[in-house]
Design a protein around this ligand. Sequence first.
Ligand code: GDP
Length: 200
Amino acid sequence: AQIKEVQFVRSSNRPKDCPKDGRPEFAILGRSNVGKSSLINALVKKKEIALTSKKPGKTQLINHFLVNKSWYIVDLPGYGFAKASESARMDWSSFTKGYFLNRETLVAVLLLIDASVPQQKIDLDCANWLGRNDIPITFVFTKCDKMKGGKGTRPDENIRSFQELIRQNYKQQPPWIMTSSVTGLGRDELLLHMSQLRNF
Ligand code: GDP
């Protein structure tokens, strides 16, 4: 399940410009600042690989990274960027929704949720939308090393209340993994999980 090699392949502006080689892919999605670049770096163990744009809402690119010459990690623009205008946020959602609904090689969305803060409406909206559209999802809770987070809440409590709030939009509870890019928690579990979903 380990990552031996990662190559940046392409940035696509539209879903139809994405690679057409049929290889399976995992889309990584989350609010700006959720810890997405840190997680990708931790997975790949290379500092320079995550080329995530720091200005979501401006640069809308779907970034494909080919792993071990056999499957893709897809870095999607972060959502909920505080500085993005209302229209930029709308663009984000139609853009990304188009990708989710039309990408046949998508194995699962890894939705990153910051476990160190209480649940955020935008994360719940995104999780509920994916659930209602039957898009396979794994919740990846980030920053689980933080014992006390925003408003004095704890990661395990934040995770439990998040799961409770999205439950009605899912036929089955989606898989979920606790991670920390600081301690390495969940890294191997996540890699194994992805290899099981791919079947190789
Ligand atoms: P991105 O905007 O989603 O790509 O988020 P970054 O990876 O740039 O991380 C945002 C901030 O959260 C940075 O200050 C990171 O150092 C911090 N961060 C990311 N992952 C973790 C984590 O697992 N634990 C802790 N304590 N901080 C983290």
